[in-house]
Design a protein around this ligand. Structure first.
Ligand SMILES: [Zn+2]
Length: 354
């Protein structure tokens, strides 16, 4: 493997040094480091390497990435400068010189999945809800979600609280002043929906959420969720399972192995956690699934009676079923992306592949 890596690295650097245009530069980069790039393919084999060799190969891979990135940036700068030089040197306008092609944009992988899910739910008779606010109050984010006052999720460790200088900035409630935060999940907005609509209803909505946590290949401080809620006078639990299967089959175009585990969340009773087989490694184990072969894809369950009450609904009269999908993670599974940080990097080399 080491030999193969060395050989490909040599090839890559040689080609890069001979590049004359930015277009070729991008192409060569993608040929080696793109989603199906030659080096990317070899990097994937690291999972088959003996455990004791893993750190050594890991370091070699890391060094290759750093070196490649450095040479790539240098070449890019040189080519850009050369181009500018040529333009500056041209005294007269030459109409025969081919024009610069405009870059064509593409949809972000998360947007692709969001659109697919919106289509699927519209067909199932769901309303697409659009709660625009990304700043919310402690009341909606935690109190109405049945989080006890001392729940650790309320701490600054997990939530981005907004500094409030004067009482004027604070949201006045009947209980006094309330803290504001970047929404840590979408579910608070579901309570707003319940407060302003008469059941029965079924709706879905996508949205960006924020968590104050350390980032790694599987975690980001901001990501997208997709929430679905059905409220009716009678809902069977199997309807929920069918919903989950339908979503995954729609996104992946094939049957996906899932497992459901009892899960405790303050806002659902009963609650469960749904895992899907990791589609990046096919269940063998990789950095995305933390070598477990399974990825937590969504929590779900029946909204807790206190959540229904917060939404102004009588829990004796109404039942609900709720799921909340991590959109970025679904996109990663679908497209075989192994680092969530790429999703928000704004790196065009990454985005152009979709
Ligand atoms: Zn995996």
């Amino acid at each position: 493997m080491q030999k193969k890596l060395d050989q490909l690295k040599g090839e890559f650097l040689e080609k890069l040094n001979l590049t004359k245009t930015e277009r070729d530069l991008e192409k060569i980069y993608m040929d080696y480091f793109g989603r199906k790039g030659k080096l990317t393919e070899v990097f994937k084999d690291v999972k088959n390497v003996a455990v004791e060799e893993k750190p050594i190969i890991g370091k070699i891979i890391n060094d290759i990435k750093i070196e490649a990135e450095k040479v790539y940036s240098e070449m890019k700068e040189t080519l850009t400068n050369n181009k500018q030089q040529t333009i500056n040197n041209k005294q007269l306008f030459d109409p025969t010189v081919p024009g610069t092609l405009r870059e064509v944009g593409s949809l972000h992988p998360t947007t692709i999945i969001k659109n697919e899910l919106n289509d699927a739910f519209r067909q199932m008779g769901f309303e697409i809800y659009d709660p625009a606010e990304e700043i919310t109050s402690e009341g909606y984010a935690f109190d109405s979600m049945n989080f006890p006052p001392d729940h650790p999720a309320r701490e600054s460790m997990d939530t981005f609280w907004i500094k409030q200088q004067t009482t004027n900035n604070k949201q006045q409630t009947t209980n006094g002043f309330e803290r504001l935060c970047l929404r840590p999940h979408l579910t608070g907005a579901s309570v707003r929906f319940m407060q302003t609509h008469q059941p029965p209803f079924r709706f879905v909505y996508p949205g960006r959420v924020f968590r104050s946590e350390a980032t790694d290949a599987g975690h980001e401080a901001t990501f997208y969720q997709y929430e679905a809620l059905i409220v009716d006078d009678k809902i069977s639990f199997s309807a929920g399972k069918i919903l989950v299967k339908a979503i995954l089959e729609r996104v992946f175009g094939k049957e996906i192995k899932i497992r459901m585990r009892a899960g405790f969340f303050p806002f659902v009773e009963p609650g469960f956690e749904i895992d899907m087989e990791c589609q990046v490694c096919g269940g063998k184990g990789c950095s995305v699934c933390k070598h477990k072969g399974w990825v937590e894809i969504m929590p779900g369950g029946a909204p807790h009676p206190n959540v229904l009450k917060a939404g102004g609904l009588d829990p004796k009269k109404w039942q609900g079923f709720y799921i909340n999908v991590g959109l970025d993670r679904l996109a990663m599974m679908k497209f075989g992306i192994d680092d969530i940080r790429l999703m928000h990097s704004g790196d065009l080399r990454f985005l152009k592949q979709f």
